[in-house]
Design a protein around this ligand. Structure first.
Ligand code: C2O
Length: 490
């Protein structure tokens, strides 16, 4: 566990989390990387040190703190070619930022090329000493982290060099798993004591897969989504898209024993034979053995459009689609395996967007990459719609696409699977599924945070193949704010 003032060493190491050894790119040599743990209002100062040497994988790096708003610290967002140049081997970059009241479950990952698929990803939790949720649910333990990820036996450089759909080799839960035909490698064990209540933090650290997460014999009460506290929603199963996080309350109210935890992947066969896609929930007193429990029935389904914030903040702007100050459609396309947004595939610019702004560029006509930068005026209500019109039905191109905006969480006024919008009490979050063809997910936020912010599909292969734009928010204010604070130390 690392604190908010730490050094994060990016290293190459051979690991075999599913029994298959491969060279990987890791934070401090572990997969997932170490938990970074802080308390509400802590200031962060994290030095990312690039010690990479294995040229079969990316040698450059940068680390993004997913979900942290980076107010007044856009420069510390860690996004290669948007807010900074990637860090060269032997170099380092110190991220200083204040989390300004944010609490909950976050993560960090490489934001250079598709490098996080090589392993560079880990959990970040900001605890609230006076957490209202702890009082409401009287949890006995709030430190259980459950990371869900896909894992690949090949270098991301090899996998991203063509545009075919990339199939992972295994699903890892807390960094452990098995692959089809592989050895009976150890599985993750989540220990509980009968009668106690737990807050499990479930993190989607995937490169591409989304998971349907279930625990045999147990329900889960959702109380947090992407750092936003929610009213309780009791579910049997929880869809977790790449980039998304949830806290759930689980009561260990079943007979002492072992129970399968299942993360069913949309990209792998839906089988759990021999412990594939699985971990073990183990009650104190149970034998150290594999569970013999059966899945389902899953009657209580998660429904994002019914998830309510604990502290409702009315949606700004008019109570109808199109009644915001600025309305932008971001329409994905797919031509020859390359994604585009409104007809333009995103490509890394030669100079990071923030540095272009600091050098005097203010408007899309002056900003690179051409056609991929959208200028947002300050202090306005922005409405973004994401019609799922990339030409292929659900799943055929690796969708549904989970889209993520840096610098903000947004009101999800229209969720996937819904044709009506909710302007009264929708959930706020930072990563949302676009759903499948016919869906038109719509979100709103207020431009109160100057800086160029990346918006992209969190399937890392899709980002690499063009599924992104940059929201250049308040460029004049960005230039003033960032030239006052940008560090000179790297
Ligand atoms: Cu989780 Cu642009 O990132």
């Amino acid at each position: 566990v690392l604190g908010p003032s730490s050094e994060l060493n990016i290293v190459n190491e051979v690991v075999s989390p599913d029994g298959f050894p491969r060279s990987a790119i890791l934070a401090d040599g572990t997969f997932p990387g170490p938990l970074i743990q802080a308390y509400k209002n802590d200031d962060f100062s994290i030095s990312v040190v690039n010690n990479l040497v294995d040229a079969s994988m990316p040698l450059l790096t940068s680390i993004h703190w997913h979900g942290i708003s980076q107010r007044k610290s856009n420069w510390a967002d860690g996004t290669s070619f948007v807010t900074q140049c990637p860090i060269a081997p032997g170099g380092s970059f110190v991220h200083r930022f204040s989390t300004l009241g944010q609490t909950g479950t976050y993560w960090y990952h490489s934001h250079y090329s598709t490098q996080y698929c090589d392993g560079l990803r880990g959990p970040l939790v900001i605890y609230d000493p006076d957490d209202p949720l702890d009082g409401m649910y009287d949890v006995d333990d709030k430190n259980t982290i459950i990371t869900l990820s896909d894992w690949y036996h090949n270098s991301s450089l090899l996998l991203n060099s063509n545009t075919a759909v990339v199939i992972p080799d295994s699903t890892l839960i807390n960094g452990l798993g098995r692959y089809a035909g592989g050895p009976p490698s150890p599985l993750a064990v989540v220990d509980v004591v009968q009668g106690l209540r737990y807050r499990f933090r479930i993190l989607g650290l995937s490169c591409a897969s989304w998971f349907n997460f279930t625990i045999d014999g147990h329900t889960m009460t959702v109380i947090e989504a992407d750092g936003v506290e929610t009213l309780p929603m009791v579910v049997h199963s929880l869809p977790v898209f790449p980039g998304q996080r949830y806290s759930v309350v689980v009561t260990a109210d079943q007979p002492i024993g072992n129970y399968w935890i299942r993360a069913s992947s949309n990209l792998l066969p839906d089988t759990f034979d021999g412990g594939l896609n699985s971990a073990i929930l183990r009650y104190a007193g149970a034998p150290e053995a594999d569970p013999a429990t059966s899945p389902g029935p899953y009657e209580l389904e998660f429904n994002e459009s019914l998830l309510r914030p604990l502290n409702n903040m009315p949606v700004p702007g008019g109570a109808a689609i199109g009644k915001a100050d600025v309305q932008i459609n971001l329409v994905p396309g797919l031509v020859g395996g390359i994604f585009d947004i409104n007809g333009v595939p995103y490509q890394d610019p030669p100079v990071p967007v923030l540095l272009q702004i600091l050098s005097g560029a203010r408007h899309p006509s002056q900003l690179l990459p051409k056609g991929s930068v959208y200028e947002l005026p300050p202090n306005k209500v922005i409405e973004l719609s994401f019609p799922a019109t990339d030409g292929l039905p659900n799943g055929a191109n690796g969708g549904p696409h989970p889209v993520h905006l840096h610098g903000h969480n947004f009101w999800v006024v229209r969720s996937a699977g819904n044709s009506t919008a909710n302007f009264v009490n929708p959930i706020k979050r930072d990563t949302v599924s676009m759903g499948s063809q016919g869906d038109n997910v719509t979100v709103r936020f207020v431009t109160d945070n100057p800086g160029p912010w990346f918006w992209h599909c969190h399937i890392d292969w899709h980002l690499h193949h063009g599924f992104a734009v940059v929201m250049a928010e308040s460029t004049d204010e960005t230039a003033v704010q960032e030239s006052a604070v940008i560090p000179r130390e790297y």
